[in-house]
Design a protein around this ligand. Structure first.
Ligand SMILES: *[C@@H]1O[C@H](CO)[C@@H](O)[C@H](O)[C@H]1NC(C)=O
Ligand SMILES: *[C@@H]1O[C@H](CO)[C@@H](O)[C@H](O)[C@H]1NC(C)=O
Ligand SMILES: [Zn+2]
Length: 284
């Protein structure tokens, strides 16, 4: 019995280490996150559907100030963590929010679909439309000494999100290097390094127009401390690039990592604001 208990605790330890949750398979799929991670059933969860007819235009919201995002040299670890590909970012990348609060970059990762051909996988939707891929650049409030402290603080985190669309066969060369490294981190837990990075170029052309609201992490423990900025302009990738992202990585069960997005969550009377006016028309 004691041996069994020890074995069980070792087993649970391994699970906890890898994150024992999944998007769609097994006991802790996203329908059941809230059973094991209570906050996932909370009232200010992310992602949400950005319904443009209820978005509030706020002309006093300033532009985002993203500094240190341009081309930089160095070693940037990228990891297949079993849920996504994650790039570690240096704290020299700084987001200044419209209210002046400074947030330091921590990591960037992606959510995608690919469950079957042409199946999209963004987390936020706009008027119900799910985009192909969603990019998250995760930052923590600079008033905290580290990400580990900030991640549990009520005003700890800010995420800049961008949505990706297909642009036929036009390769987005700003993504070529990252995508070429995916084959080296096929297995969950594997890492490699990028020797240069230009996050500015990997984001949409227009960084000025955004939607903003108070939400949560979109993965367990779903902490409700994230100030979200969802950029209105999108990133364009080729069909081949999207297919490569959707098929290159395996999870800890050696299953192809697909559909790693959370379904949209209830808004619950939260205010969604935009700093630009023409969001209710389709074009810009
Ligand atoms: C943007 O933020 C950087 C870093 O905090 C700061 O040095 C710069 O002055 C800011 N730029 C504007 C236009 O506010
Ligand atoms: C996944 O595949 C690798 C390489 O074949 C193997 O070493 C590993 O044990 C497999 N993991 C599982 C959980 O099957
Ligand atoms: Zn994310």
């Amino acid at each position: 019995m004691k041996v069994l208990a020890i074995l069980l605790s070792l087993f649970l330890g391994v699970l906890a280490q890898h994150g024992d949750w999944t998007y769609s398979d097994g006991a802790v799929d996203q329908k059941h996150w809230a059973k094991y991670y209570k906050t996932c059933g909370g009232k200010r969860q992310s992602p949400i559907n950005l319904q443009r007819r209820v978005v509030h235009y706020n002309p006093t919201l300033k532009r985002l100030n993203l500094s240190g995002y341009e081309a930089q040299e160095g070693l940037f670890p990228i990891t297949n963590n079993g849920h996504t590909v994650q790039i570690e970012l240096p704290p020299t990348m700084v987001l200044t929010a419209p209210d002046g609060t400074k947030y330091l970059a921590k990591q960037m990762h992606f959510h995608w679909g690919g469950g079957h051909s042409e199946m999209s996988g963004s987390e936020h939707t706009i008027d119900g439309i799910r985009f192909m891929i969603e990019i998250h650049v995760v930052h923590y409030n600079a008033k905290y000494k580290s990400y580990d402290i900030a991640k549990d603080a009520p005003d700890g985190l800010a995420v800049v999100a961008a949505l990706c669309e297909v642009l036929n066969d036009a390769e987005n060369t700003y993504y070529s290097e990252l995508i070429s490294h995916l084959k080296n981190i096929k297995y969950a837990g594997q890492s490699t390094t990028l020797t240069g990075l230009d996050i500015r170029d990997m984001l949409p052309n227009n960084l000025h127009n955004y939607y903003t609201y108070l939400g949560s992490l979109t993965t367990p423990p779903c902490t409700e401390n994230v100030l979200w900025f969802v950029l209105a302009d999108s990133v364009k990738l080729s069909r081949t690039q999207i297919a490569t992202i959707e098929s290159s990585l395996l999870d800890y069960q050696n299953q192809t990592l697909r559909n790693d997005y959370r379904k949209t969550q209830p808004l619950n009377n939260r205010l969604v604001q935009a700093n630009f006016k023409d969001f209710s028309s389709s074009g810009e």
